[in-house]
Ligand binder design. Structure first.
Ligand code: F6P
Length: 214
């Protein structure tokens, strides 16, 4: 039995003001969540009863059994900082990045609605298939497509895994593991400062949810 830990990054300066995309840093609250979530997982992997002097080998084995994956965006990288002390196996993938909103990147939802009412309306109509206009603009469907190789890889791996990523990627991964219908997926609630512990089972998955103050 293996464990998949899934979380969005800690609160970013954009989250505060409903601004989408971009590459903003964490807020102090976001950094606080990152530290608490990292410590929580590290404690589960290496329980405090293990003594670094006596159980060094066991501790190393347990650390090796956890892989930490994030996107390459600043807010995700900063959300696993405590895993970057050389003792853990971390990797950063561009494909784990947030949906790219094309010409709407870095705008607030209010600005999009006001500036591009047609884009706003089209998105409300079909959030799954709506592709943001502009170079590199994506739809939910496009994100699902680019995540397929990552899902194949994480199904193949037998080790435990922590993935720190973004709202749309979280919705995709949770929908995949929990068999949530595609139509419901784009509006699923996946709050900040919430850690999902997913234990895949032959049919479906067991999910435990841990929340910190947002
Ligand atoms: O607001 C945070 C964010 O991750 C944005 O970067 C992204 O565009 C958005 O969430 C996706 O959520 P929704 O599809 O509901 O707009």
């Amino acid at each position: 039995e293996r464990t998949l830990w899934l979380s969005r990054h800690g609160e970013s300066t954009y989250n505060r003001v409903n601004r989408i995309g971009g590459d903003p840093p964490l807020t102090p609250m976001g950094a606080k969540y990152a530290r608490a979530m990292n410590a929580f997982i590290q404690n589960q992997v290496v329980p405090p009863h293990l003594d670094p002097d006596v159980d060094a080998e066991e501790i190393e084995l347990r650390r090796k059994n956890l892989h930490v994956w994030t996107s390459t965006l600043q807010r995700a990288l900063s959300s696993v900082e405590s895993f970057e002390d050389g003792n853990w196996h971390t990797m950063h993938f561009k494909v784990l990045g947030e949906i790219f909103a094309g010409i709407c990147e870095d705008m607030t939802y209010e600005e999009i609605e006001r500036t591009y009412p047609d884009i706003w309306a089209a998105r409300q109509k079909n959030k799954l298939l709506f592709r943001y206009p502009g170079p590199g603009g994506e739809s939910y469907s496009d994100v699902i497509e680019r995540l397929k190789p990552i899902i194949v890889e994480l199904e193949r791996m037998e080790d435990d895994l922590l993935i720190v990523t973004h709202q749309v990627v979280m919705r995709t991964l949770l929908a995949y593991f929990c068999n949530i219908p595609l139509e419901e997926m784009p509006t699923m609630t996946v709050p900040l400062h919430t850690l999902y512990k997913v234990t895949p089972k032959p049919y479906g998955a067991e999910v435990q949810v841990y929340q910190w103050d947002a």
